[in-house]
Design a protein around this ligand. Sequence first.
Ligand code: HEC
Length: 164
Amino acid sequence: MNLERVRAGALLGSLVALAVVGCAIGTTTTMGSGDPVADRQRLMKNVGANWAEIQSKVKAGNAEAVAVNAEVLSLHAQRITSYFPEGSLSDKSKAKPDIWQKWPEFKAAAKNLENRAGTLRDQAIAKDAAAVTTTVATFGRDACGTCHTPFRVPPPQQPAAPRS
Ligand code: HEC
């Protein structure tokens, strides 16, 4: 075999490899808007909207219809941690620095939401309205509160009623 050809082939091979690596890096850095606080607040707003819809469907006796919303929660939960790069805090963020000190717990809280939402979705698909209602009754505390309590600055309290 011609040595020059072998060399040219090897060079071409490394150029292709470099291009592939370049694309991979490009993909990660361009994900989202580039502002992780805005991105995760947007994600969480949609989590909140789907959770509100789940509750109103159950109240309206339409428990089987929550499958689509539960699936959204499960999919969103898979990407929560990717919107919390180390130290991404701003005066607009309600995230606590504890997130990065207790990263395994934070990750577990996201996984917990993914799993519980998956259970809820399966119960809805199985048309088990009783199971859906039971899961929804404690979902806010067990799937959202388990992360918000340790890792989110609580929303401002209602001002205390004036004393009479
Ligand atoms: C793994 C942790 C985690 C889980 C699970 C989680 N959240 Fe959050 N959520 C956060 C953090 C942290 C913030 C604050 C983000 C910030 O301001 O930077 C937040 C913010 C929010 C906000 C405010 C968004 C805004 O407008 O700024 C809403 C609404 C919300 N979460 C709803 C929910 C609901 C509903 C659930 C459960 C179905 C849930 N979250 C589950 C961590 C979590």
